[in-house]
Ligand binder design. Structure first.
Ligand code: FAD
Length: 557
């Protein structure tokens, strides 16, 4: 069996297939393993998982089914969703029993659509435990390193649960940070070797654990091996053509090929062909050059059907001079005292909602607001700047303006003594902005956002500041200097792709499977339809359908 790509779903399928006695080869085009999965939060959304149950949490298959179908915009296929709900809890239990992958439940992380039937206020999202990377030996050099945004102070590994305590400024957050910093500093042996933390967290922990599990099984992973085309004998896929370090090769896969090669977010031409406009590959928070849609195009050439190619896992991003990709803004939009406006200076949605809906609103609500929401502008004041992070700007109490890189002023952030002058600098209507800020300040006083209901839902409040009353997501903007940051209509991967069935087999427009061909992760159209039901709803399905595909291939000798 051949697996194309080395993200979390791909490596899960390789681990499972090896355990089933198959001879497996993983091919990865870049010189690093892990893909976007490696720089992600590594969260997986698994309804009915055993960790939540062990803590007395209550969930049910029917509730989760109802929730996903309600959220999925008519695009979530009930048969596939049922397969997901049946196998996802089995997949994670399997990996924890048989491999080095370890998770803990993020009990307080709410599903993203609290207003929909079947939503839970927490318990379905799992967060990777820290992983000791010394286990990987020299292979650690081949890891796609995490983005600084996913590390404490750009360097120290933490779990999403730790990060939440700090971001929501829960009781004891300073002690928590101090503890993490001390653990890092006191690891003298590792400090002598490198500035990187010995421990990996989040997506890095996940892919390191999977990579180590592949090494345990002696499954080869070929880097710098670029998949180009599928090989077919009659109607059946029997192998792939690759270019390995400049040399063309044909590789035979007697039992099957799993395409886990990500989406097409790094391919500008495909973005222009399929996604809403304007669009830029440079706005994507994914590793530059990795996921350029080769698997999608090969599947199409083999006669595959596709779905939802006009969708991405949207997330607003902020470009950062000096970094190779922009940063996704996931949590910060919920912090009290920052609003996001369009060119008219008007808010266009609830800033604290999920990143997919926020990104969708940047496109969708353009007509309704009459202004350009791409780019949008995040506006905050000196009080916010002192207390909270926004993208690469750590709170000024830790990183004052004087310590920021000089070239960031006017490229990453803009600053002025008055809102009027700030608006003029960034090309936003000053009168519109003044009006919007006056309204937002009144909402902060009453605790009620009459326009978009920001802070009304448990999900919005997850990243709110628990110390801010009456609404943890709302605070006034009134203390100069004032700041602006540009938000682009970015993504964390594309969401549409090859159409698959409940066994992860790629199907043709008539629904018949293409024998020997499977697709998972963002190479396939998401099982979640157009929704992002909860934290981990992209990697959870990637790993689950990787698990399903490996079992199906093993069983169909
Ligand atoms: P990838 O993980 O990108 O793996 C695809 C691999 O295939 C890459 O290594 C690529 O180089 C390789 N490849 C591509 N083309 C070829 C080719 N022609 N030949 C060989 N190899 C090829 N999602 C969650 O569910 N939970 C989270 O917590 C989360 N946090 C995120 C945080 C950030 C900052 C970002 C950017 C994303 C996050 N996401 C999260 C989204 C998630 O990371 C991606 O949707 C997911 O990792 C995609 O998995 P994949 O296997 O489809 O692709």
């Amino acid at each position: 069996m051949i697996v194309v790509g080395s993200g979390a779903g791909a490596m899960t399928s390789a681990v499972v297939a090896a355990d089933q006695g198959l001879s497996v080869l993983v091919v990865e085009k870049s010189d690093k393993f892990g893909g976007t999965s490696a720089i992600s939060g590594g969260g997986i959304w698994i309804p009915g998982n055993h960790h939540f149950a062990a803590k007395g949490g209550k969930d049910s298959h029917d509730k989760a089914l109802q929730y996903i179908l309600a959220a999925g915009g008519g695009k979530a296929d009930a048969t596939k969703v049922r397969a997901y709900l049946e196998h996802a809890p089995k997949m994670i239990r399997y990996l924890e029993d048989k491999s080095r992958v370890r998770y803990a439940v993020a009990e307080k992380y709410p599903d993203y659509y609290q207003h929909l039937p079947g939503a839970l206020p927490g318990g379905r999202s799992l967060d990777p435990e820290l992983f000791d990377t010394s286990t990987l030996g020299d292979e650690l050099d081949n890891l796609r390193r995490p983005s600084p945004s996913t590390l404490l102070m750009g360097r120290i590994a933490w779990t999403a649960r730790d990060a939440h305590v700090a971001m929501a400024r829960e009781r004891g957050w300073r002690l928590k940070i101090l503890g993490l910093m001390l653990r890092y500093k006191l690891d003298f042996k590792w400090r002598r070797k490198t500035k990187s933390d010995r421990r990996a967290g989040l997506g890095s922990a996940l892919v390191c654990a999977l990579r180590a599990s592949l090494m345990d099984r002696e499954v080869p992973l070929w880097l710098k091996t670029d998949f180009r085309e599928l090989v077919l004998e009659g109607d059946r896929v029997t192998g792939i053509e690759v270019v390995r370090e400049g040399r063309k090769m044909t590789l035979t896969a007697r039992r099957g090929v799993i395409l886990g090669a990500g989406g097409f977010e790094q391919n500008q031409a495909l973005r222009e062909k399929y996604l809403p406009q304007p669009t830029q590959a440079a706005w994507s928070a994914t590793p530059p050059g990795n996921n350029t849609g080769a698997a999608l195009e090969a599947g199409l050439a083999a006669g595959a059907a596709t779905d939802m190619l006009d969708w991405a896992w949207w997330a607003p991003t902020i470009p950062v001079v000096g970094e190779d990709k922009p940063r996704g803004i996931f949590a910060e939009r919920a912090f009290p005292g920052a609003i996001v406006v369009n060119s008219l200076g008007r808010r266009f949605c609830n800033e604290a909602q999920g990143y997919l809906e926020f990104g969708d609103a940047m496109y969708k609500d353009r007509a309704a607001t009459g202004g350009g929401n791409v780019p949008a502008w995040c506006i905050f004041d000196a009080h916010f700047r002192f207390n909270y992070a926004m993208g690469p700007l750590m709170p000024a109490q830790i990183m004052p303006d004087g310590r920021l890189r000089r070239e960031w002023l006017g490229s990453v952030y803009w600053k002025a003594d008055t809102l009027d002058s700030l608006a003029r600098q960034i090309g936003v209507d000053p009168a519109g902005l003044a009006d919007t800020v006056a309204k937002a300040n009144e909402y902060a006083r009453t605790g009620k956002d009459a326009d978009f209901g920001r802070g009304d839902s448990v999900f919005d409040r997850y990243y709110g500041d628990v110390n801010v009353k009456p609404n943890p997501c709302l605070a006034p903007i009134r203390k100069g200097p004032f700041y602006a940051m540009r938000m682009d209509a970015g993504d964390i991967g594309t969401k549409g792709g090859l159409l698959t069935d409940a066994h992860a087999r790629v199907v043709r427009p008539d629904g018949s499977p293409i024998e020997g061909l499977y697709a998972i992760g963002n190479t396939s159209a998401s099982v979640m339809g157009t929704a992002y039901p909860g934290a981990g709803a992209t990697i959870g399905p990637a790993m689950t359908f990787g698990y399903i595909a490996a079992h199906h291939i093993a069983a169909s000798a």
